[in-house]
Design a protein around this ligand. Structure first.
Ligand code: NAP
Length: 320
C-alpha cells in the first residue's frame, strides 16, 4: 500500500495528494522515472499530450501492470487536452471543437496504454488554430488563435465521463471568472483545477474560491520550475533566489532552517506548502505556513505570453 494520502473530489472519487509530473521528462528517460516512482510508492502521474512523452509513460505503466506491482485501480493518471492538434490526420480537421476532442483523448489513451483516465483537464482555456503545429504561428510569429469557446469543449468532455473514457474531468489554468462560467453551464462539475502554485504565487484567493464551490486544487511547478524552458538568466529561482534569501534574513530564519527543523530538504518543505498536507511523516506548523506565505509576490513562472491577446487568456485581464 502506498503511504500517500488521498483527497476526495466532489464526485466521491479520490486523488493521491502527491504525484509525479512528466513535463520536460525526456522520452529516453521518462519510462525509467515512472517505473522508479511507482516502485517508490508514487500513485499519481501527471501527463499531457503536449509533453510529447505519453507513449513512454504508457510503457512504464504497462510494465508495472505486467509485473503485478500495481493494478489499474491502484494508480491515478491525469492527462490534458491541448489547445491545438498536431497530428496530420485529415479526419481530425478541427480541434477543441467537439468532433475532434474524442479523437485526441483516444490517442492519449492509446499512448498511455489505458482504457480510461482518472482525470482529464482542459490544459488552457484559450484554443489555438486547429491542425498543424502545436504552437501555430503566422508569418509575423504571432500565435494563431481559434474562436472555440471552452464552454463548448467542456460539454464534450462531460460526455466522456458517461462513456467511461474518463473518471473525472477538470480544468487547468482557468481563472475565477472562467470557472464561474463553467459552473453556470456545466452538467458535470469540475473535480479539480490544476494551477501554478508555490510560495511566490500562493494563489490564496483562487484556492479559497475553489473551496467554496467544491473544486480541489493540484499545484503545478511547486518548486518554482527552475528548468522551465523560457527561464532567462537572472529570473527568480525559488529554491535559491535572492529575494527568498533576503526574506529569510529579514525573518532571521532561513528556509533551510525549516528544512533542518523537520529533517527534510528545502524541496520537500516547499512541496508541503500547497495544501497544508499532512502527508508522510510530518506536518508544517501553522506559523511556519504563515511565514512561507509571506514569500508571495505574484510571480507567475508560466504566464503563457505566446497567447497574450487571446480573448480567453486567463491571466491577461483578470486579477485571479
Ligand atoms: N497544467 C499546466 O499547465 C502545467 C504547467 C507546468 C507544470 N505542470 C505539471 O507540474 C509538474 C511540475 O512542474 P514543473 O516541472 O514546472 O516544476 P517544479 O516541480 O516546480 O520543478 C521541477 C524542477 O525541480 C527540480 N527538483 C525536483 N525535486 C527537487 C529536489 N528535491 N531538489 C532540488 N530540485 C528538485 C527538478 O529537477 P529534476 O528534473 O532533476 O528532478 C526540475 O528541474 C510538471 O511536470 C507537470 O506535470 C503543469
Amino acid at each position: 500500500m502506498s503511504k500517500v494520502p488521498l483527497v476526495t473530489f466532489n464526485n466521491g472519487l479520490k486523488i493521491p495528494i502527491f504525484g509525479l509530473g512528466t513535463w520536460k521528462s525526456q522520452p529516453g528517460q521518462v519510462t525509467q522515472a515512472v517505473k522508479d516512482a511507482i516502485d517508490i510508492g508514487y500513485r499519481h502521474i501527471d501527463c499531457a499530450y503536449i509533453y510529447g512523452n505519453e507513449k513512454e509513460v504508457g510503457k512504464a505503466l504497462d510494465t508495472k501492470f505486467q509485473q503485478g506491482v500495481i493494478k489499474r485501480e491502484d494508480i491515478f493518471v491525469t492527462s490534458k487536452l491541448w489547445n491545438t492538434f498536431h497530428k496530420p490526420d485529415k479526419l481530425w480537421n478541427t480541434f477543441h471543437k467537439p468532433e475532434l476532442v474524442e479523437g485526441t483523448l483516444r490517442e492519449t489513451l492509446k499512448n498511455l496504454r489505458l482504457e480510461y483516465l482518472d482525470l482529464y483537464l482542459i490544459h488552457w482555456p484559450q484554443a489555438y488554430k486547429e491542425q498543424g503545429e502545436l504552437f501555430p504561428k503566422d508569418e509575423q510569429g504571432n500565435t494563431q488563435f481559434s474562436d472555440v469557446d471552452y464552454i463548448d469543449t467542456w460539454k464534450v468532455l462531460e460526455n466522456f465521463v458517461a462513456k467511461g473514457l474518463i473518471k473525472s474531468v477538470g480544468l487547468s489554468n482557468f481563472n475565477k471568472r472562467q470557472i464561474e462560467r463553467i459552473l453556470k453551464n456545466a452538467t458535470v462539475k469540475p473535480a479539480n483545477l490544476q494551477i501554478e502554485c508555490h510560495p511566490y504565487l500562493n494563489q490564496k484567493r483562487l484556492i479559497n474560491y475553489c473551496k467554496t464551490v467544491g473544486i480541489t486544487i493540484t499545484a503545478y511547478s511547486p518548486l518554482g520550475s527552475p528548468d522551465r524552458p523560457w527561464a532567462k538568466p537572472g529570473e527568480p529561482l525559488l529554491m535559491e533566489d535572492n529575494k527568498l534569501k533576503d526574506l529569510a534574513v529579514k525573518y532571521k530564519k532561513k528556509l533551510k532552517d525549516l528544512a533542518v527543523k523537520y529533517k527534510k530538504t528545502p524541496a520537500q518543505v516547499l512541496l508541503r506548502i500547497q495544501e497544508n498536507f499532512n502527508i508522510f511523516d510530518f506536518e508544517l506548523k501553522p506559523e511556519d505556513i504563515d511565514y512561507i506565505d509571506t514569500f508571495d509576490c505574484n510571480e507567475r513562472l508560466c504566464p503563457m505570453t505566446a497567447s497574450l491577446g487571446h480573448p480567453h487568456h486567463p491571466f491577461e485581464n483578470d486579477k485571479f
